[in-house]
Ligand binder design. Structure first.
Ligand code: ZN
Length: 119
């Protein structure tokens, strides 16, 4: 466990956040209908590890299927840099798109395949 603080956000810079997370923990790559199109790499954190610094006005909420997850994307550049939802244990969580963090060497982040298509 080596938790570090990172900055991240969307492509145009309207959405910016700070998050404390462990990049040695494998990020999830998922084959569900939305992740397979977006190519997201997700790392999950409790909401107290996440601070949205700006972008509330630019974030558009997209929901589908069971509406458990708020897929928040920037209405200017279209990038989904994080999502809010509920974990399997019923607790709120934030799904960070590791690809949207600044200065992270993605080749060094381990990944785990998640079979989200079955859900
Ligand atoms: Zn943007």
């Amino acid at each position: 466990m080596s938790e570090t603080t990172h900055q991240g956000g969307c492509h145009c810079g309207a959405v910016r956040y700070q998050v404390a997370l462990d990049l040695e923990k494998p990020a999830l790559t998922c084959n569900c209908s939305i992740c397979s199109k977006l190519g997201t790499m997700l790392s999950f954190v409790p909401p107290d590890k996440f601070t949205l610094e700006r972008g509330t006005a630019e974030l558009t909420d997209y929901q589908f299927n069971k509406h458990n997850i708020h897929h928040l994307f920037c209405n200017k550049c279209g990038v989904k840099s994080f999502a809010r939802g509920t974990g399997p244990d019923g607790k709120p969580m934030v799904a960070i798109n590791v690809r949207c963090l600044d200065n992270v060497d993605l080749d060094k982040v381990p990944t785990t395949m998640f079979d989200g298509r079955k859900l």
